[in-house]
Design a protein around this ligand. Structure first.
Ligand code: COA
Length: 163
């Protein structure tokens, strides 16, 4: 468990254990639905890359955000999904989840001796808040991919260099 506390949010980041919890959160936050089998597979194969943010208020724990990722067949790391419940946004939780994810990625590739060069993700080109967050962490826009999403909207491919 990775303790985390600042003036804006009180909570902690931990590995996700319940695929249905992620499924429900994902359905509330992102238009793209991930099948429960996909989420379960990620948890089995890359447990340390599936993280949730849990808040603690008024004696209650609540999972309010998640990040999912995996190492692909070319040994690059995909940040597959990131989402924070609306009422918990702009409190620094997204940034904390990405930073912990990147730390876990470094551990993962080191322990398994994987030659990973970068972490990549796709983001809708009009998702300015997410793009701003990714850029501030060090991700760079690599290319625009037309019609990437099921609603035919375009994506940016963004990459973060690990080395
Ligand atoms: C994108 C998202 C994950 C950001 O999470 P968050 O917890 O709100 O982000 P943080 O509070 O950690 O903010 C980090 C940075 O993001 C940017 N940002 C986040 N929300 C913003 C807003 N409303 N306006 C402007 N910038 C914003 C800022 O650069 C901010 O840094 P700062 O606080 O130093 O200014 C969240 O808005 C979300 O879940 N959106 C819907 C799902 C989504 O779009 N996921 C990404 C798909 S690729």
């Amino acid at each position: 468990m990775f303790q985390s506390r600042d003036h804006r949010s009180v909570g902690f980041i931990t590995e996700a254990k319940d695929p249905y919890e992620i499924y429900d959160l994902n359905s509330k936050i992102l238009p793209e639905k991930y099948p429960i089998e996909y989420i379960t597979e990620l948890m089995i194969n890359f447990p340390n890359l599936q993280l949730v943010y849990v808040t603690y208020t008024q004696s209650e724990y609540k999972t309010v955000g998640y990040i999912l990722g995996y190492v692909d067949t070319d040994n690059n790391v995909c940040l597959s999904a990131l989402g924070i419940l609306k009422e918990f946004r702009s409190q620094g939780i997204g940034r904390k989840l990405i930073n912990q994810f990147l730390e876990n990625v470094r551990d993962h590739v080191k322990v398994r001796n994987i030659d990973s060069q970068s972490v990549y993700l796709h983001v809708k080109i009009d998702n300015t808040n997410a793009i701003k967050l990714y850029k501030s962490i060090g991700f760079k826009i690599i290319e625009l991919i037309p019609n990437y999403y099921s609603d035919n909207s375009d994506a940016y491919l963004m990459k973060y260099r690990l080395t």
